[in-house]
Design a protein around this ligand. Sequence first.
Ligand SMILES: CC(=O)SCCNC(=O)CCNC(=O)[C@H](O)C(C)(C)COP(=O)(O)OP(=O)(O)OC[C@H]1O[C@@H](n2cnc3c(N)ncnc32)[C@H](O)[C@@H]1OP(=O)(O)O
Ligand SMILES: CC(C)C(=O)C(=O)O
Length: 520
Amino acid sequence: MRTVEIFDTTLRDGEQSPGVNLSTSEKVEIALQLEKLGVNSIEAGFAASSPGDFQSVRAVAKEVKQATVVSLSRSVEKDIDAAWEALKEAESPCVHVFLATSPIHRKHKLRMSKEEVLENLDQAIRYAKRFFPKVEFSAEDAGRTEIDYLCQVAERAIKAGADVLNFPDTVGYLTPEEYADIFIQLRRRVPGIEKVHLSAHCHNDLGMAVANTLAAIQAGVDQVEGTINGIGERAGNAAIEEVAMALKTRESYYQAATTLNHREIARTSRLVSKLTGMFVPGNKAIVGANAFAHESGIHQDGILKHQSTYEIIRPETVGFEKSRLVLGKHSGRHAFRDHLSALGYRLTDEQVNQLFARFKEMADRKKEITDQDLIALVEEKWGEPKAEAYALEWVQLSYGNQSVPTASIRLRHAETGELLEEAACGNGSLDAIFKAIDRITEEEVELVDCKIVSVTRGKDALGEVYVQLNQNGLTVQGRGVSTDILEAGARAYIDGINRLIQRRGEKPSAEKEKMGVSLG
Ligand SMILES: CC(=O)SCCNC(=O)CCNC(=O)[C@H](O)C(C)(C)COP(=O)(O)OP(=O)(O)OC[C@H]1O[C@@H](n2cnc3c(N)ncnc32)[C@H](O)[C@@H]1OP(=O)(O)O
Ligand SMILES: CC(C)C(=O)C(=O)O
């Protein structure tokens, strides 16, 4: 089994994602987490690009001890000087010099001839070698460079003293076979190529960055470059976590491994997402919220019987707690029963069947059925008829973003028919409503949790509010639905108080016992 090195460029190419700007302390925090993850090189930035990036590269160079710290640099002396100034205190510094080689870039961007490009990269590498123990050279847009010329570029870079040669598919244009072929040809045709490390760097414009990276590994590259969560310029770079887990999961196929501590993947992904503000889509491989979630009944049944039926990676392997069986409209009885028993309900088949029909109706209206929904289902079916102490008559809000929200509310006392009104100010509209209700009912309750969920889609979606209230250790849940979320909040809070009043004095488990549903 050979080892492929991981060159992480989250802090350089990843930061090139539109809208992302990491401060020095954020870069250091991510770099230290990347070190824990076990990457071999960390490209901390482009020292010559701005004073801020210079500071960041320098700070990362000072903090990181295990990994090589890298700065990008154009093929010009002043960029290399800035890189050295920023990296000279690093344990293992490396400058990453690049120059485009494709006809499109030579003609339109650099306005250089083939010979001028060769001369320029030769001089830049020789200059960089005066300072740096390790110099990586990248032939930018190698993917669209004539292969004969690319061989000349590689030969010249080796002669100039480069230690690592990177051949990026800068615009994500190639197929896996085409990309692998570049490395096969270079190895065959370039004298001295065995003296340097070969590196792959892929972009995701056609969604093939990871596939191309894996093809390069099969073609024998020593290092692959990528970012956490696949962030980066345009459609991003190869996602390191995907490459690493493909190698691990299909070890016998690729016959290659990385030095990554896979259990740090989830933590690293969350940190990068939080600090860059780039949210990870739910369906993203390895680190998306749904990567280990199962919603359909047939899959859930399979997972409950044996995890390997629908999971090729155990979530714990990459640092997630466990798989999730999400209850929704596609779920079946096995998962439904499993959730209910996790909540402490031991139900007969007959009881499960009775509840299941109601569950399916609810699931048709809601995106996800939560534990609270299940408790409500059981209570609705077998709970005692609800004796309401208070009912909502109306609620009025005064709100402005410059003023303190004020709620006025009128409740009807069910037994006496008395109408009770109060007003209160709060930190927000819901807070004001809850305080006004507290004044009327004179109940001292703690709001443990409050969740707002949309039941249906669209602008006129039904909103559902759940509150969890606690009074001297007695916990109840209240639920309210309305097209207006504040009204739903008022209804949920009143529902919770009504339940408290009803249950006060009962043993906490009595209700469920009376229902004929036993707690496990
Ligand atoms: C594929 C990649 O991801 S490459 C890395 C891309 N990353 C970045 O560009 C982020 C940081 N960049 C920057 O902050 C700025 O672009 C700077 C500071 C580097 C340069 O800014 P400016 O001097 O204002 O130049 P500007 O960015 O407008 O243009 C780039 C110049 O560099 C030249 N250039 C581009 N690549 C290279 C290279 N590898 N070596 C030497 N010169 C290069 C361009 O031809 C152009 O030169 P020109 O001014 O003679 O036409
Ligand atoms: C600088 C190089 C490696 C690059 O980012 C690219 O070509 O995509």
